[in-house]
Ligand binder design. Sequence first.
Ligand SMILES: *Cc1c(COP(=O)(O)O)cnc(C)c1O
Length: 237
Amino acid sequence: MTNEVFERIKTVYRRICHAAMRAGRSPEEVKLVAVTKTVEIERIIEAIDAGLRVFGENRVQEAQKKIQDLRFKIQNKLQWHLIGHLQRNKAKYAVQLFDLIHSVDSIGLAEELNRQAEKIGKIQSILVQVKLSEEDTKHGIEEEDLVSLIERIRDLKNLRLEGLMTMPPYFEDIEMVRPYFRRLRELRDTINSSHITNNALRELSMGMSHDFEVAIEEGATLVRIGTAIFGERRKEE
Ligand SMILES: *Cc1c(COP(=O)(O)O)cnc(C)c1O
């Protein structure tokens, strides 16, 4: 029996490479975050066997269970990213579980993450999620509030801001999404040239199964891919 997940991962990698090369970028600049929400442990193990090490979950509780289960089964060091909205009252668990939190979108959440990270002696890596249009999912900071949020995050000693994330509206025609990805890169570059952060922002988390090639052409460093690896998910509530 051929391993479907393995074949899909090979295809995704090939597409990542081609998109990077089209844009004159090195494929190594693009990290694949395999999105495992609703995916069973057995299939995640297939992905680990195929060589993947970075996984994205959008719910703290679901991630917690999987991370625990996998610790018993797998010796390899895995990286876990939180890609979905985070409620403040779960910040405590999030800092224990995740190497990178993609979805920081308010000073209140940032402060709570900072407080919880300090308690466990961790520097928590984060991205700020930016809402670039009215049709976006309801989460993310508005563009006009981005700089002031970033300036306040700069003073939080247990957070390290690594870059920006966005989740544009869905378009059948993927060329329609390109301006959103380009805008996120422009925002990052503007922030970097104005030196308002402690460190230069490297990461751009953008692109999903259906539009990751366009995102890579526009500068994505983290692509969050679920369906193209694991197949269609059962419907989410
Ligand atoms: C589910 C999800 C993804 C992956 O979506 P696919 O279309 O299955 O690749 C990426 N990012 C976020 C924030 C998600 O919730």
